[in-house]
Design a protein around this ligand. Structure first.
Ligand SMILES: *Cc1c(COP(=O)(O)O)cnc(C)c1O
Length: 402
């Protein structure tokens, strides 16, 4: 699997900023964004980067600079988005399981809001009536996504208002005269089937007649990117064409009147990010050598949390003879990054590069084992710039009462 930057540049970054370090490649984010824009040009589309994947303010500013909007999963993400300079109308807060006061706060900033429970919708109606156009998140009962832990639209999922509760939903909307502008769904992450998006759209088409003020169908995110060298990216061009066809064949849905929104997270930043590490120790172990790196599940939890595959390359010895390795972290807990992986011969001190680390990498990191969170570097126009300092001793004690 080819990285989007040369090995020499990573080695230079390791020298200059130390390891472990997250490295993001700005132009790769832009390439991904442009793929989406082109694929969906047949519809009136707006993209909102699901920023929970990676919220470094410099990345947010870059994403704004290429013309993309932003989707948030907490009120603090909304505040980060505004701080990064996004206009409130280009910010979307897709809430889930939150207290109503966060919705009120979001309204006070003037951002778009998607509400995901009847309870909050009723409170919203009582407070704002028809005055603030709003979106509702529907749970369509569609099973989708790479695995059950990242599947969010199925019939047991906590996310969204179950579609079978339509009568109750309509009652609340009518009684409070709520202005429903958006119908939203998001069925999961790492979706590779084009069909899932078409099916989701059809669920929203069915609901459409009940919400006459509708302007937006929001189909969420979840576009799959390749993690494994033999995997493929989801065919976004086929989704664009499929959705256009669904519109054209529907007796009343009009793609000139309805905007389609998407909330890509991984698709934009996953492949643009790398975790650059160094090998601390080698241990012989029945033919599969253990390579222990200077990071762990504290910095990249996806392999232990979701059994996620991350491609690894030995950038210090790319011509070395291939051998089998188990790559593990330094945390006092099992943190296996790869079980039995062919890598170019690994020596202590070599730099191992973890691919696909831009999404849900740094963002899910912690201080477990009282380790520091890593630094973050952004490569843009060929130059590498520090965008987050590595933590240090004072950060560990900062909030402790001593
Ligand atoms: C997480 C999330 C996304 C992004 O999912 P990806 O798999 O990263 O594309 C989009 N919309 C909502 C509501 C989400 O919670």
């Amino acid at each position: 699997m080819q990285s989007s930057l040369p090995n020499e540049q990573f080695l230079q970054i390791a020298k200059e900023f130390g390891t472990p370090v997250y490295v993001y490649h700005a132009e790769k984010i832009k390439t991904q964004y442009e793929k989406l824009v082109n694929a969906f040009s047949v519809l009136d589309t707006k993209f909102f980067y699901a920023c929970k994947a990676l919220t470094n303010i410099n990345v947010l500013r870059y994403i704004k600079s290429i013309g993309c909007n932003i989707d948030c999963s907490s009120i603090n993400e909304v505040k980060l988005a505004l701080h990064a300079g996004f206009e409130p109308r280009n910010v979307l807060y897709t809430s889930n399981g939150i207290a109503f006061d966060e919705i009120e706060e979001a309204v006070s900033y003037g951002v778009n809001v998607n509400i995901d429970s009847l309870s909050n919708l009723e409170k919203f109606g009582k407070k704002f009536g028809h005055n603030y156009p709003v979106g509702i998140r529907i749970r369509p009962n569609i099973m989708a996504g790479g695995n059950i832990k990242i599947s969010t639209g199925h019939s047991k999922s906590k996310f969204g208002i179950p579609v079978e509760q339509l009568d109750e939903l309509k009652r609340i909307v009518k009684e409070n005269n709520i202005h429903i502008r958006t119908l939203h769904l998001h069925t999961g992450s790492e979706i590779k089937e084009v069909d899932v998006f078409i099916k989701g759209m059809e669920v929203l088409f069915e609901l459409m007649p009940h919400f006459p003020e509708l302007e937006v169908l929001d189909l969420g995110g979840g576009f799959k990117v390749p993690y494994h060298p033999h995997e493929k990216e989801i065919d976004v061009v086929a989704i664009g064409a499929g959705l256009k066809k669904a519109f054209d064949e529907h007796p009343t849905a009009d793609h000139k009147k309805l905007q389609v929104w998407f909330e890509p997270g991984k698709f934009l930043v996953c492949e643009a990010g790398y975790l650059l590490t160094q090998v601390n120790v080698l241990k012989a172990n029945n033919g599969v050598t253990i390579a222990g790196v200077n990071t762990g599940l504290n910095h990249l939890i996806r392999p232990m949390m979701y059994d996620a595959y991350h491609h690894i390359t030995n950038i210090s010895n790319p011509a070395g003879a291939e051998q089998h390795y188990m790559v593990t972290g330094y945390i006092c807990e099992t943190d296996t990054f790869a079980d039995d992986r062919l890598l170019n011969e690994v020596r202590e001190g070599d730099c191992l590069l973890f691919h696909n680390a831009g999404a849900y990498g740094f963002e899910m990191s912690s201080n477990y084992n009282s380790r520091y969170k890593p630094a973050e570097v952004l490569v843009k126009d060929g130059g590498a710039q520090l965008i987050r300092k590595r933590e240090e001793w004072d950060d560990l004690l900062k909030n402790q009462v001593i």
